[in-house]
Design a binder for this molecule. Sequence first.
Ligand code: NOJ
Ligand code: CA
Length: 651
Amino acid sequence: MFWWAKKHDEAEKTIISPNGRVACKFLLKNNQVFYSIKKDDRDIIRQSKLGFLICGEEPLVDNLRLIRTQTKKHTETIEMLWGEDRYIKNNYNEMAFYLSEDKNSRRIFTLRFRVFDDGVAFRYEIPPQPNFRRITIADELTEFNLSPNTTVWKIPAYQPDRYEYNYEKCRVYDLSNSVHTPLTMRTENGYYLSIHEAALYNYGSMTIKLNENGILKSDITPLSDGTKAHVDLPFQTPWRLIMLADSAIGLTMNRVMYALNDPPAQDFSWVKTLKFIGIWWAMYVGEWTWAPGDRHGATTAHAKEYIDAAIRLGISGLLIEGWNEGWEGDWLENGINNKFTVSTPDFDLEEVARYASQHNIELVGHHETVGFVDNYENQLENAYNYYALNHINYIKTGYAGSMMTINGRKEYHHSQLGVNHYQKTVELAAKKHICLDIHEPIKGTGIERTWPNLLSREGARGQEYEGGALSPSHACFLPYTRLLSGGMDYTNGILDIANSVKRIATTITRQAAYFVTIYSGMAMAADRPFIYEERFPDIFKFIRDVPTNFEKTIALAGEIGGYYVVARKDRDSDNWYIGGVTDETPRRVLIDLDFLDNGVYAAEIYTDSPDAHFRENPFGYEISKKHVGKNDRLDIYMAPGGGFAVRLVRQ
Ligand code: NOJ
Ligand code: CA
């Protein structure tokens, strides 16, 4: 680190990563503050401005002066309760810049930077000060000044289906409409980065937009009153995080987001990851309905049948959707009437819960709020108590409306009020020892480190969009984009792919691969039990065997939107699992098994057959077995829209 102070209104200081490759420069010039980032002495982010606009006050951006700095070196290994990796490095050099205005009311704030080998993060911290205690943020001015030619993979923000869109590739100069983070990019000099945030609490989610000067700037999701956030001081923003990697596949192993979050908030030793089936896909293919009637899915009888099936299949959980009052008629329109403690007449929750407990099956309860947050919050305590009393330890929540209704007003899911609502559910659930899987969630920002009962979320276009709105490339984008923000409930394992109602754009083997390529702390085996038991018990074996908690993850190969190959070691055994997916292009991958420990492994290999094709021949698959060791190599074929799954059992 080096430093020189010029006039008191000018300063420049560089913070270097532990391995020396990443340099983040802080600059005070003309009484304004900026930062820039280089890797290997090459530009990643050029000089970018920082500051705030505050309602009813002068902007907090000009007239700044550096009072003092503070440096820190931090070296730590974090242990995660569950996830893709048990151990995560938290090694960084930190510098805090204490700033004050030299005019106006001499307000003060701190800019704290952390520079990691694979990322840079910074946040604003505003302490309480006289006449400056509760503030309304009109805008956060944080810029990310990248070359306009930088390649970007984006989904749009502020759209009715929240994060559920297909990824598109474009250039920075195309980003005039706001896009969500993680916003993954490739610089002209070949580095990969993703702009995201960590520890999002009590603030609007950051989207990104090109400003009038052609520079990318934070666009904090507004509230319905047009402001960005109302906060009491002290206040700190989420970390603004720039993940860095030399390759696209390297980016998928970035865990800085978790390192930036606090340790667990309480004892969470009761949290267990879960694999579950559900009274679910039968509704999507039109066999059953959510609403009561002749074809009602969530009846006591069906639930017991599914519990019996879960036992036979060796799956520990069962989701039941459509069990409560509120689904009648157009459920999207009528969601304001949903009752979360009242079952439909043909569903006896106590009886089903008793039957499940007796057979050691975990029920996954369901709360579809349709975004009517006021209605949900009025019932929240009672609804969670009702489940807790019935030993229901997992809840899938949903917010399928295009906006939320909070305090009687329409708000974005990813606004400050939306963020606070989700957090309220996570904390109340933690208190009652309940784990959550949130659909239509707020994006992940690593808070699962602090709140590990938040086992999964959706937050991207999932398999419910199959039947026309998903192409084989979609799941090849996710590892490099959405999944950088944490696990996802993609609702894997639909093996009835040729169903005429919801034709799936994958081969059958790829549905097994998803359990490795798309991590989820709550992993749904989404098809109906008879498909697993009667039609494809051989492929289902992989779905049953694959764990939901891993010791370590090694991403092996891939290209954004093209393909992805990953190996993961089980947390509770010496076994390894490998999965791969490809877009419409057939591919052959050679996998060096040098990551294995010494010894012999029995490999069970599930691949597309040479004539398989996601459209023409989706059921073409082969299952083979052989013994391998760390000096061996697997030669695997993936058909168009296909994939593969391998289980390696240590002998
Ligand atoms: C959307 C969710 O993603 C899906 O899983 C759920 O079945 C429906 N909403 C109904 O709640
Ligand atoms: Ca959804």
